[in-house]
Design a protein around this ligand. Structure first.
Ligand code: TRP
Length: 330
C-alpha cells in the first residue's frame, strides 16, 4: 500500500538553513518517491503564540516561497494552507468532544508553560495552547495520513493523535486511520551560529533566503575556538564542519577533514563552508527572487492546493458527520 505522508509547518518566522536541511530538503526528496505527500502551512497553529497579523502573513508568504523555490513539485503533492481547508477546524471541534481533558493536561508544551507560573498555574495560557494537540490531530486524521515525520518535540503529539483516533473509532466507527511516526534522527540536529540547535528562538540562525553577501556575513559569525592558523583542529563538535557535512560528498568531507588536520585557519574553513552552501543555494535564491515578484502565483498555487485537499476533506467530513449524527433528518 502507498504511504501517505503528512507534515505541517507552523508559520512563524522566515525559513533558515536548519529548516532547509532538516525539513524542506528531505521532504522534497521524499515527495519524489512513490508515496503520496501532504505539506501544509499550519497558520492556525501559528496564531497561538503570535498575534501580529503582519508577521503571520509575511511568514506564510516566505515559507510558501521557500518550499516552492526549493523545487517542491505541487503537481505531485498536496501543498496547502491549513486555514484554506475549513473542514480541518470542523474536525478539530469534533475531536475535542472525544478527547479526555486529562490527556491534554499531560502535554509537554502545556506542562512546561504551567510550570513557569508561580501562583496561578494557568496564567497566560490560552485554550489554543491547551488544545493545540487536538488541532494537530485533526490535521493528520483529516487526510487518513499513514506516516508523519516528527522531531523529538512532536512525538508526544503524534501519540495523542493516535489515542484520539482510537477513541473516536471506538465510540463511533473505525473511520480514522491510526498514523505511524517517522522519527527524525537525533544526530541530524543542525547547529546554529553558537553551536546550539539552529532555532529562531536562540537567535542563532543562518537565513536561507538572503543574498550572497548576507549569507557570507552570517557564516563568518559562526563561533569557533581560538586555535591559530597552522594548528590542527578537531572536527568533532565543530559547527563549521557539521554544517559542511550537510552539503558535501564523502570525498569533500574527507578533504575537509584533512585540511583540519593540517591546520586550516578558521577564516579559510568558513570560506570553504560558504562556497559549498552558496553553490547549493544559488539556484534556490534566483528562483526565490523570480517568484517573489509574482504574488498572484503564490496565491494561485495555494488555491489549487486547497482545492485538491478539500475534495478529500469534504468527503471525509461528510462520513464523520454521518456517524456522529450531524446529518440530514431522515
Ligand atoms: N506542531 C508542528 C510543529 O510545531 C506543526 C504541525 C501542525 C504538524 N500540524 C501538524 C506537524 C501535523 C505534523 C503533522 O512543528
Amino acid at each position: 500500500m502507498k504511504k501517505r505522508i503528512l507534515t505541517g509547518i507552523t508559520t512563524t518566522g522566515t525559513p533558515h538553513i536548519g529548516n532547509y536541511i532538516g525539513a524542506i530538503r528531505p521532504a522534497i526528496e521524499m515527495a519524489q518517491k512513490n508515496d503520496e505527500s501532504f505539506f501544509f502551512l499550519a497558520d492556525y497553529h501559528s496564531i497561538i503564540k503570535n498575534q501580529d497579523a503582519n508577521e503571520i502573513k509575511e511568514s506564510v508568504e516566505q515559507i510558501a516561497l521557500a518550499w516552492l523555490s526549493c523545487g517542491l513539485d505541487t503537481s505531485q503533492t498536496y501543498f496547502y494552507r491549513q486555514s484554506d481547508v475549513p473542514e480541518i477546524l470542523e474536525l478539530s471541534w469534533i475531536l475535542n468532544c472525544v478527547t479526555a481533558k486529562g490527556l491534554m493536561n499531560r502535554a509537554h508544551a502545556y506542562k512546561s508553560a504551567t510550570s513557569l507560573n508561580e501562583n496561578d498555574p494557568d496564567k497566560g495560557i490560552t485554550m489554543g495552547l491547551f488544545s493545540y494537540p487536538v488541532l494537530m490531530a485533526a490535521d493528520i486524521l483529516m487526510f487518513n495520513s499513514t506516516h508523519v515525520p516528527v522531531g523529538s518535540d512532536q512525538i508526544q503529539h503524534l501519540e495523542m493523535t493516535r489515542d484520539i483516533a482510537a477513541r473516536f473509532n471506538h465510540l463511533y466507527r473505525p473511520l480514522l486511520t491510526i498514523p505511524e511516526p517517522i522519527i527524525e534522527d537525533k544526530n541530524k540536529v543542525v547547529p546554529g551560529l553558537d553551536g546550539r540547535k539552529m532555532s529562531k528562538s536562540y537567535g542563532n540562525v543562518i537565513p536561507l533566503l538572503c543574498n550572497e553577501k548576507q549569507l557570507k556575513k552570517s557564516i563568518m559569525k559562526i563561533v569557533t575556538n581560538s586555535l591559530e592558523p597552522g594548528e590542527p583542529k578537531d572536527t568533532n563538535g565543530c559547527t563549521v564542519f557539521d554544517l559542511f557535512k550537510n552539503f558535501a560528498s564523502e570525498e569533500e568531507i574527507i578533504d575537509f577533514q584533512k585540511a583540519y588536520n593540517e591546520g586550516i585557519s578558521w577564516g579559510e574553513a568558513k570560506e570553504v563552508l560558504f562556497n559549498i552552501v552558496n553553490t547549493e543555494i544559488e539556484p534556490i535564491r534566483s528562483k526565490y527572487e523570480d517568484l517573489s515578484k509574482d504574488k498572484n502565483f503564490i496565491n494561485e498555487v495555494l488555491e489549487d492546493g486547497s482545492k485538491k485537499a478539500r475534495i478529500l476533506a469534504k468527503d471525509k467530513i461528510a462520513q464523520i458527520r454521518e456517524v456522529i449524527g450531524i446529518t440530514k433528518i431522515s
